[in-house]
Design a protein around this ligand. Structure first.
Ligand code: COS
Length: 380
């Protein structure tokens, strides 16, 4: 067992750190305030290879492992979690799903654009009445011979306004339950494809989240992913990988807030000394450090499991559950350490606290992760 990062891993981590400092930090408060999507920054992330990190270079990707992806996600998330969610969805839910389960034609047509960042992907699973209970899809995809007709509404779709390629989950055979669900590659702009109004969110306000209204959207048969009825398994599989990305996002929010708190506590004075010299603050920093390190190990273990082709459903659920919980705790304590300054925008930690909340909700709530974890340990 080797806990050291390779030289290549360190290079990738440092490149992500430098990029985040140079390109994401300066406008992050303004983008959050104005709910402004980081368009230019995401374009640069594509040019630097952050949008298709794990994709085989023959499709335009970086050919990197999942450990590299976790390292980069942590660094980007320390500075701007709105940018990192865009990165996470494109890498884990879209590129990985297409590379693993798509046909060669689908990879040539879509993956090559997505891996380079020339196109952006969005994953449309959630519905007004199907969030945690993902099998209850009301969106339908009716088989019309050489195409499907898709009808329905999707909710809380990240990247919905900026993405041009969507993976849409819909029911083709409702009588078969989850075994009748399919996943489709849908290009934006076709007849009947309407992006709903923007959601005004508590956190990750720089990312764009919208509903989708699909009315008789015609999708060619060759755009179905996998065999007829494979859609629910597909969604579960990509979400297992997605949870590693969101765990790393939560980790980055926690470690970013911790680094700011450490720095602040060495500078800010109260009762005649730096606040870090008061045990009340020093103990908070100690607790932060331990929880972050534990979350990092869980993230790395899940990434390693994926790279070793082990089953990573359990390790990704544990990483996501724990990292999200400690991200909420650490960022809240970071605000507390910053006192009055923590409550205003200039010091970043209030945004990080708001951003951390979503990591306990999307790509499976903390409660869903506990279902996955408990079912797994009770089955063994
Ligand atoms: N990989 C492959 N298949 C999986 C799987 C996984 N990780 N998890 C479940 N499945 C399969 C099961 O094997 C089962 O298939 P069969 O009946 O053919 O064996 C099928 O999916 C249904 O599984 P299950 O009966 O466990 O479904 P439940 O309705 O009890 O729900 C959970 C399972 C809760 C794990 C699932 O609904 C879930 O992850 N929900 C959260 C969805 C989510 O993350 N939403 C956020 C949207 S993205 S922001």
């Amino acid at each position: 067992m080797d806990f050291n990062l390779s030289e290549e891993h360190i290079m990738i981590r440092d490149a992500a750190r430098d990029f985040a400092q140079a390109e994401l930090l300066s406008g992050v408060i303004e983008r959050d305030d104005q709910e402004k999507f980081p368009t230019e920054q995401i374009k640069k992330m594509g040019e630097l290879g952050f949008m298709g990190m794990m994709v085989d270079p023959k499709y335009g990707g970086g050919g990197m492992d999942t450990i590299s992806y976790v390292l980069a996600m942590e660094e980007i998330s320390k500075i701007d979690a709105s940018a990192s969610v865009v990165m996470s969805i494109n890498n884990s839910l879209i590129c990985w799903g297409l590379e693993k389960y798509g046909t060669e034609a689908q990879k040539q047509k879509y993956l090559t654009r997505l891996a380079t960042g020339d196109s952006l992907g969005a994953f449309a699973l959630s519905e007004p009445e199907a969030g945690s209970d993902a099998t209850k899809q009301r969106t339908t995809a009716v088989d019309k011979g050489d195409y499907y007709l898709i009808n329905g509404t999707k909710n809380w779709i990240s990247n919905a306004r900026t993405a041009d390629i969507f993976i849409v989950i819909a029911h083709t055979h409702p009588e078969k339950g989850h075994r009748g669900i399919n996943a489709f590659i849908v290009e934006k702009g076709g007849k009947g494809f309407v992006v709903g109004p923007k959601e005004h969110k508590m956190g990750i306000r720089g990312s764009d989240t919208h509903s989708l209204l699909l009315t008789d959207v015609k999708v060619p048969k060759e755009n179905r992913i996998g065999d007829d009825g494979f859609g629910f398994t597909f969604a579960m599989k990509v979400l297992s990988g997605g949870r590693i990305g969101i765990a790393a996002q939560a980790l980055g929010l926690a470690s970013g807030a911790y680094e700011r708190s450490l720095q602040y506590s060495k500078e800010r004075k109260a009762f005649g000394k730096e606040i870090s010299k008061h045990q009340a603050i020093a103990f908070k920093l100690a607790d932060m450090k331990v929880k972050i390190e534990a979350a990092r190990h869980l993230c790395m273990k899940a990434a390693w499991d994926k790279d070793q082709h082990n089953n990573y459903d359990l390790s990704s659920a544990m990483a996501k559950y724990y990292a999200a919980e400690i991200a909420m705790w650490v960022t809240t304590e970071a605000v507390q350490i910053h006192g009055g300054n923590g409550f205003v925008k200039d010091y970043h930690v209030e945004r990080m606290m708001r951003d951390a909340k979503i990591t306990q909700i999307y790509e499976g709530t903390s409660e869903i992760q506990k279902i996955v974890i408990s079912r797994s340990i009770l089955r063994d």
